[in-house]
Design a protein around this ligand. Structure first.
Ligand code: CP
Length: 341
């Protein structure tokens, strides 16, 4: 069952050719959204006709602003029937009475099954939860984030945004900064970057938040040059894209954290501080999957106003990206989930 349905579980499942076609499809969806021409009107009508017997459900067991809302918006833009859109499912459902994840998935997916075509979009704090869901769901699962493991649709968004900016990923020099241990977005993005030629990655994090060995091994296998750095100032001149992430305090369990000490460390070595802003070139691009954490402040609010700040544009691109993904899921061909994830 797992490999017969077009699940989206892990960024490793996407190959280079599919990604390049996908990025073009996103550009086309972006045009449909932002154009008032006769062509865009006609395409909107065509999409509504195509999707009139399709449905999705969204159930997030973990908080979200962007992923949740952009999936719902994308589906409604396409004329898809949104059967349910449930944020904080863990708090509003029978999960509070002890219902298992597997039983919740069976019930949620069962509500979509009678329709000709349906898909279930989930987010859950447990690593591997999306794969568990895919093994038992009668409809395709889209992983909206599973713990610290994967966030494949964010990686598709990040890749598509870079493709829109540059038309090419080959040769990109990119820094991934922040909590690289718990950050699922950088894990997914690293997989996609590895599909392209001559990409150079600078991992910039405190020692205790270093990127996982599995990601480094993957990059070695795919002959991607990477470096580990402990001070953001060292990589500004060497990169064009600086991809920031927040420290994921919610994934630290019972670990005692000295927040003031951590904040000082982040602001000095791992933030877009005034000294980093002074080093930026005009062509630098600062990205962030968001949210930006106001406690540790990896990007001060003043940076929102500089031309190198791309993270709101990046987030806005989430809607056409998820429209294109739903189109691929129902009318295209999503590459299958690898056996060994
Ligand atoms: N980028 C991202 O996943 O944001 P949300 O947690 O708000 O969905």
């Amino acid at each position: 069952m797992l490999y017969q349905l077009p699940h989206v579980i892990n960024a490793r499942q996407f190959d280079r050719n599919w990604l390049l076609g996908f990025a073009e499809e996103v550009k086309s969806m972006d045009l449909v959204l932002n154009s008032t021409t006769w062509w865009a009107d006609r395409r909107r009508d065509e999409l509504a006709e195509q999707f009139k017997r399709h449905s999705i459900g969204i159930a997030f067991f973990e908080k979200s602003t962007r992923t949740f809302i952009s999936f719902e918006t994308a589906a409604r833009n396409l004329g898809i029937d949104v059967k349910f859109a449930l944020p904080s499912f863990e708090a509003i459902s029978s999960v509070v009475k002890g219902e298992s994840f597997e039983h919740s998935i069976r019930i949620l997916a069962g509500n979509l099954k009678p329709w000709a075509r349906g898909a279930l979009i989930i987010r859950h704090p447990l690593e591997g939860s999306a794969l568990t869901a895919a093994k038992i769901s009668p409809v395709p699962i889209i992983n909206g984030g599973d713990g610290a493991r994967q966030h494949p649709t964010q990686a598709l968004l990040d890749f598509s945004y870079l493709f829109k900016l540059y038309g090419c990923i080959d040769g990109l020099k990119i820094a991934l900064v922040g909590d690289l241990k718990h950050g699922r977005t950088i894990r997914s993005l690293a997989y996609l970057l590895a599909k392209f030629k001559d990409v150079e990655i600078f991992f910039v994090s405190p020692e205790e938040f270093s990127v996982g060995q599995d990601i480094k091994d993957y990059l070695v296998r795919h002959q991607v040059r990477y470096h580990e750095v402990r001070d953001i100032h060292e990589i500004v001149a060497k990169t064009t894209v600086i991809y920031m992430t927040r420290i994921q305090l919610e994934r630290m369990g019972d670990q005692e954290i000295d927040l003031d000490q951590l904040k000082g460390q982040i602001q000095q070595f791992f933030s877009i501080s005034p000294s980093v802003v002074q080093m930026l070139r005009q062509d630098h691009v600062i990205m962030h999957p968001m949210p930006i954490d106001q406690k540790t402040c990896e990007i001060p609010t003043a940076v929102d106003l500089i031309p190198q700040a791309h993270y709101f544009l990046q987030a806005d691109y989430g809607v056409p990206v998820r429209m294109a993904l739903l189109h691929e899921m129902f009318f295209g061909k999503i590459p299958t989930v690898p056996e060994d994830i």
